[in-house]
Design a protein around this ligand. Structure first.
Ligand SMILES: Nc1ncnc2c1ncn2[C@@H]1O[C@H](COP(=O)(O)OP(=O)(O)OP(=O)(O)O)[C@@H](O)[C@H]1O
Ligand SMILES: [Mg+2]
Length: 1007
């Protein structure tokens, strides 16, 4: 935790000072600087003191320590602010910006680079290639912009001579998807002239010391060129040679083509050559001294040498009558024209480079529906307030810009804060602070402001001089408390008459020299140069000069002046920043010597004072670190209190919030506004956050549980509904089936076949069992109807047939069911015409003798005798006995067995007519029925079986077993077991027994 960082390092937040006085503030700042603690908070604002030495506090371990943590969890650091801005952007989809301010050399650019490195390090965990490439370009762009926009000044070896505001765009994942760089007022006068001890932009020295010279017609020594001569001796910590390599490689990484990189270097070389163009006058006209230089320029800019020469010496003007004439320059005009050209070449090159980088990093294919809200973090690193020995137009603009940013800081941090307390009815002791709006107005007010007066002077016809502009200001601003000049305060010898004016800036008094104000504001460049460059055959250069296509006679609107353009761009910038959630880094420069040890009390105190840091502490201390509308606060933390979770029953959200605050014991750390809760220390909120984070997993489980329950109930309801529907449908199908059966069978009583031919409808599954029963019922009923129609005389035959059917179980192919069963075939004249009468006589005698009442069956057959010989015999079955008869001896009875001795019979499943009648005495009958003329091919086995079974069942009332064997029959003859098989034989005319090993074979003919 920040405040656990040991008191020997001072207080990590100025808000924790015992007393808010300048002395204590400075003491703490100094102590921390000396102990190597360069960052200190004022609430969420980071105060940074330039260490002027390498600090080991930006490594990966530090990035990990600050990633996703709250501000107060770690010692103060830029990373913490960057993370806070990132978190606000990601959590609340808020656009945020980090404004880095401080004077030149205070460490703004370094801070902005660390912030960008941090953001790059914590984003894109999935290492997506396109995001990595955006990050890479964003980081590499710093190197390029510093080469072309930074220079060594007396205050800073790597001073940014342009303002930079970089927007980084993020997708809903929080990964950078692109960006945009806005650049502000490049100090282009530096291209042609530098103050003593300062240098031109780094890019020139890098080209000269690191580039290949031959192709650019250059020498490697910067003192050979007028524009770099001044800075040659300047000692810097910068290595131009290695920087050149780094910049060239960065350009390549960003996506500049070889042709583009060459054109950049050619433009730089052309500028260097231009600086060496010298003019001399012979009284009448002006000439260029060294024509070779002009040739080099023409080659490098891909233009015609004559035209280059002409543009340097003449200007084309349109007369009132539309005529075009060429007017020769004076020597001074030629010189200033050349310098203006050089400056413009550089300015456009810089603008083009920024535009080109933007075209690479701009967010492409962005679709808010697909990609969610595109959020932005802006990083502003703009030139700090500066006071030089000689302050000119550029310093005026830069300091104005700083006034505007200070105004934004005042508005956002001091003014808005205090007015919010008023609005919310919070008890508040108003804190006085210096509001610099008056200075902003002094510069930018319409008509009365310095920029208006300057523009007016520039627009005036006739010869207007810088001193006339000063006079005009002296008249119009005489009474302004922040403006003075020698004329207005003649006793002040630090200013010269007709030269100086002074503005009392929020950061101190700055004396400006009016010399060059008008020219710099007009920013004139002869049209001829624009046309020259537009007609360059180098497409990159041509692209930088689109306005050169206008003809001389084409009337062009007077362009806006440099000051007005700058003012407009700064107003736009402030608007852009004002709509974002700001985070501040306030940089302090500890000494002028760039020493890591020296803490110049006076200089630091001055910066603390003008940056308004003490006021910042006061407002912060008296004020509240966080505020949130009651509803939002409740929404976020209601789970931490039993009275508010899941919903409170109190009269208002405010009361519910009070309940949360009381539960956590924060009563003394908060104030209740009309619509918002104000929390004084971040620690309270942090505690709430921690508790919330601990509760979230439990809530998630709870929600999952509830949701699963809801899902299960839904599923259950659906199942119930499904079953209800299924039940209805089943009932419906049953009913439909019944209706159908009813309909189909309604008339069966009157049908000839009693409904036998009626097709049963397929029953639903539920009725399968029932269906089987109904079908049986119908069949029974049908059978009854059938049986009812049979005459009583046919009944014995029918019963016998039914008995045969039941006994044989369908196992014999043919049972002779479809023919009439005559039973007594031996007595039947149609079957046995020759022997029937004899048999009739014989049977009459036998009936009298044996007293049987009924012949069950009689017929011829083959039988096996005692000698295992097969012979023709007659078989007679009466209700008393079974007789074996000898037909050739008038049916003499050879053997008689009482029916009581019969136990059952065996037949085969084939067509053969073999029957084995089993006896209890093991003297079984084996016979093969022979058919007479009534049914020569039909089966008689069925008839014998049916008649015997029926008789045994109905008359004897004892079981009579019938076995059907597939091929062989087993029986006992004369007490011995025998097996009889049935085999076919070619050439066999009638079936006949033959002895075999185990018994007999019945040879049957082949059909
Ligand atoms: N955090 C730091 N660690 C180490 N050195 C630093 C740090 N910040 C600044 N410096 C040193 O201070 C020098 C000036 O810093 P920087 O260029 O960031 O200043 P600046 O505020 O951008 O100034 P200007 O307004 O002139 O651009 C750097 O070149 C570097 O040597
Ligand atoms: Mg800088």
């Amino acid at each position: 935790m920040a405040d656990m960082e040991g008191l020997e390092f001072g207080k990590s937040d100025f808000v924790l000072l015992d007393e808010v006085t300048m002395e204590q503030f400075m003491e703490n700042l100094k102590l921390r600087f000396e102990k190597g603690r360069i960052y200190t908070y004022i609430g969420e604002v980071v105060v940074s003191v330039n260490p002027y030495r390498r600090m080991e506090i930006y490594g990966k371990d530090r990035v990990d320590a600050y990633r996703g943590r709250e501000l107060y969890e770690n010692p103060p650091h830029l990373f913490a602010v960057a993370d806070a801005a990132y978190k606000a952007m990601k959590r609340r989809a808020k656009d945020t910006c980090i404004v880095i301010s401080g004077e030149s050399g205070a460490g703004k650019t370094e801070a902005s680079k660390y912030i960008m490195q941090y953001i790059a390090a914590i984003t894109n965990p999935s290492q997506r290639a396109e995001v990595e490439s955006v990050k890479n370009v964003l980081l590499k762009s710093n190197c390029v912009l510093e080469a072309f926009g930074n220079a060594k000044t007396k205050r800073n070896d790597n001073s940014s001579r342009f303002g930079k505001y970089m927007d980084i765009n993020f997708n809903f994942n929080g990964d950078p998807t692109g960006g945009h760089i806005n650049n502000y007022l490049l100090e282009k006068s530096r291209v042609v002239q530098q103050q003593e001890g300062e240098r031109n932009f780094h890019s020139f020295y890098q080209l000269l010391r690191g580039g290949s010279h031959d192709s650019f017609h250059l020498q490697s020594d910067p003192s050979a060129y007028a524009y770099t001569k001044e800075g040659t001796a300047a000692i810097t910590s910068i290595n131009d040679h290695s920087s050149h390599k780094a910049v060239m490689s960065a350009l390549g990484v960003i996506g500049f083509s070889k042709q583009e990189i060459l054109s950049i270097n050619q433009t730089l070389a052309s500028i260097l050559h231009l600086g060496n163009v010298q003019f001399e006058s012979d009284g009448e006209s002006v000439h260029v001294l060294d024509v070779d230089v002009v040739d080099s320029i023409a080659k490098l800019t891909a233009t015609d040498p004559d035209k280059v020469m002409k543009s340097l010496l003449y200007r084309t003007v349109a007369t009132g009558g539309g005529e075009v004439i060429e007017k020769g320059h004076t020597e001074a005009e030629a010189r200033s024209g050349r310098d203006a050209f050089s400056k413009a070449l550089y300015e456009r090159l810089f603008g083009w480079i920024v535009g080109r980088i933007n075209s690479v990093i701009e967010v492409k294919d962005y679709n808010p529906v697909l990609h969610g809200k595109n959020t932005v973090i802006g990083v502003l690193d703009i030139y700090g307030f500066e006071i030089f020995d000689n302050n000119s137009f550029e310093q005026f603009c830069i300091n104005y810009c700083n006034e505007k940013l200070q105004q934004l800081f005042i508005e956002l941090i001091l003014q808005q804060e205090q007015s919010e307390y008023n609005r919310e009815g919070i008890q508040w002791q108003h804190i006085e602070y210096f509001n610099n709006q008056i200075i902003v107005d002094l510069v930018e007010q319409p008509h009365k402001g310095i920029i208006s007066i300057l523009d007016e002077a520039c627009l005036s016809v006739g010869k207007v001089t810088d001193t006339m502009f000063l006079d005009s200001m002296d008249i119009k601003l005489a009474k302004h408390p922040h403006y003075s000049s020698r004329k207005l305060s003649p006793a002040d010898k630090s200013m010269d008459f007709q030269k100086h004016f002074r503005i009392r800036h929020y950061a101190g008094d700055v004396t400006y020299s009016v010399e060059g104000f008008l020219d710099k504001n007009r920013d004139l460049l002869f049209q001829d140069f624009k046309r020259l460059m537009y007609h360059s055959s180098n497409p990159v250069m041509k692209e930088m000069w689109p306005d050169g296509q206008l003809g001389i006679t084409e009337v062009t609107k007077r362009p806006l002046t440099a000051a007005t353009l700058f003012k407009n761009s700064i107003i736009a910038l402030v608007e852009k920043l004002a709509c974002k959630e700001p985070y501040y880094v306030r940089c302090i420069k500890p000494n002028e010597q760039k020493s890591p040890l020296l803490f110049d009390d006076a200089r630091c105190q001055h910066q603390v004072a003008y940056l308004g840091l003490l006021e910042n502490v006061m407002v912060r201390r008296a004020g509240f670190a966080y505020r949130q509308p009651y509803a939002r606060f409740l929404q976020r933390y209601k789970m931490t209190c039993e009275y508010t979770w899941p919903n409170h029953l109190m009269d208002s959200d405010r009361e519910a919030v009070e309940a949360i605050v009381k539960q956590h014991g924060f009563q003394d750390d908060v104030a209740y506004g009309h619509t918002k809760l104000f929390v004084r220390t971040p620690r309270s909120l942090f505690t709430l956050e921690q508790e919330r984070a601990a509760l979230i997993p439990i809530l998630v489980l709870f929600l999952q549980k509830v949701w699963r329950g809801a899902l299960a109930r839904m599923r259950c309801r659906r199942m119930k509904a499904i079953y209800a529907i299924m039940g209805c449908f089943k009932r419906y199908k049953v009913k439909v089936h019944f209706w159908e059966v009813e309909q189909r069978f309604a008339n069966v009583r009157n049908m000839a076949d009693y409904g036998k031919s009626v097709k049963w409808p397929t029953p639903p599954a539920a009725l399968t069992g029932f269906h089987a029963i109904t079908v049986t019922l119908h069949r029974r009923w049908w059978a009854r109807q059938m049986v009812k129609k049979i005459p009583p005389s046919d009944m014995p035959e029918i019963r016998a047939k039914v008995a045969a059917l039941t006994a044989l179980g369908g196992e014999r192919r043919d049972c002779g069911l479809i023919r009439a069963w005559e039973r007594d075939y031996l007595a039947n004249v149609r079957d046995c015409p020759e022997s029937s009468s004899g048999f009739v006589r014989f049977s009459r005698e036998l009936r009298n003798k044996d007293q049987y009442s009924q012949v069950l069956f009689s017929g011829f057959c083959r039988m096996v005798n005692w000698f295992n010989k097969s012979t023709d015999r007659g078989v007679l079955v009466t209700d008393k006995c079974v007789y074996k008869l000898e037909p050739r001896k008038r049916f003499k009875v050879l053997k008689r067995i009482s029916l009581d001795a019969l136990t059952g019979l065996s037949v085969t499943s084939g067509d053969d007519q073999m029957v084995a009648l089993h006896t209890s005495t093991q003297h079984d009958f084996l016979l093969c029925l022979q058919r007479g003329q009534l049914s020569p091919n039909q089966d008689r086995v069925g008839e014998l079986v049916g008649t015997l079974v029926d008789h045994f069942t109905r008359v004897q009332k004892r079981p009579f077993s019938v076995s059907v064997c597939p091929s062989n029959i087993r029986l006992h003859m004369w007490g011995k077991p025998k097996a009889v098989t049935v085999e076919t034989k070619v050439g066999q005319t009638n079936a006949d027994f033959k002895k075999s090993r185990g018994g007999f074979v019945l040879w049957v003919p082949v059909h």
